[in-house]
Ligand binder design. Structure first.
Ligand SMILES: NC(=O)c1ccc[n+]([C@@H]2O[C@H](COP(=O)([O-])OP(=O)(O)OC[C@H]3O[C@@H](n4cnc5c(N)ncnc54)[C@H](OP(=O)(O)O)[C@@H]3O)[C@@H](O)[C@H]2O)c1
Length: 234
């Protein structure tokens, strides 16, 4: 059986771990990101999803990649997290974050959905901040809430097609995005892990395993899956 993983943001972090896990499960991996993915056998499609016409140059490569597939798993993973608040967020900066985190996934959906065979899956990587807010990352939070809406619409609009969808919402995962956001400050990491019931950061492969489970189990379709090791609310 020919299984294909199309993933965005597979060059590092959760995306890289997911690409590796699916590769080990005999999926052909196709990655879209600016930097290349370091994974034997993976096909790299270099894109900057911030650019308005980012999809134009890679449409035919993507359609070729799914042409003979018996199952396609499309994972919308790439994202950008800026520090901003509703008091200072400017329109252009907001549009940029929405373009990468929310519009680009829909542009990929529109291209690929007509070519997805029955048994395929469209998975979204959300965040704990897809269903709640904290101060200081308004654009990211709005984009992640929007992604849950896109997942729910995916389920409704593709009813009868045999394609399932879910949104996996990671908690604090040990990646460049997290460490960059907190300036790799050990005190902040200690404060974060004190609010996690397992008192540690999540390994990216734990999220990858969750995505693989979702890909292989259509019964979860429509779910928002909180993969956060139990965040303690105070
Ligand atoms: N880490 C956490 O604690 C955490 C928590 C909740 C949710 N998440 C979510 O998990 C997902 C992965 O995050 P991560 O922590 O693994 O982040 P990461 O290590 O920063 O990786 C982000 C990925 O997105 C890609 N990307 C960013 N901007 C792009 C652009 N303009 N065009 C194309 N690709 C772009 C990057 O690739 P290039 O730089 O090569 O382009 C990279 O592969 C994201 O959706 C994030 O919101 C993470």
């Amino acid at each position: 059986m020919s299984k294909v993983l199309i993933i965005t943001g597979g060059s590092k972090g959760i995306g890289r771990a997911t690409a590796q896990r699916f590769s080990e499960a005999y999926y052909r991996v196709v990655n879209l990101s600016r930097k290349p993915i370091d994974l034997a056998g993976a096909q790299q499609i270099p894109v900057d999803m911030l650019e308005q016409d980012w999809l134009a140059g890679c449409q035919s490569a993507l359609l070729d990649a799914v042409a003979d597939a018996e199952q396609v798993v499309l994972v919308h993973n790439a994202a950008r997290q800026d520090g901003d608040t509703v008091a200072d967020l400017e329109g252009d900066a907001f549009r940029d974050v929405l373009q990468i985190n929310l519009v680009a996934p829909q542009e990929l959906n529109r291209l690929l959905i007509p070519h997805l065979p029955e048994g395929s899956a469209i998975l979204y990587v959300g965040s704990t901040l897809a269903e709640k807010a904290v101060s200081g990352c308004a654009s990211y939070i709005a984009s992640k809430h929007g992604l849950v809406g896109l997942m729910r619409s995916t389920v409704q609009d593709l009813a009868g097609r045999g394609i399932h969808s879910a949104c996996v919402c990671p908690g604090f995962t040990d990646t460049e995005m997290l460490r960059g956001h907190i300036n790799n400050d050990p005190e902040v990491i200690a404060a974060i892990t004190a609010n996690v019931s397992h008192q540690r950061l999540i390994d990216p492969d734990e999220i990858a395993r969750c995505l693989q489970f979702c890909a292989e189990n259509p019964v979860i379709s429509g779910s928002v899956i909180h993969a956060n090791l139990g965040q303690i609310e105070r």
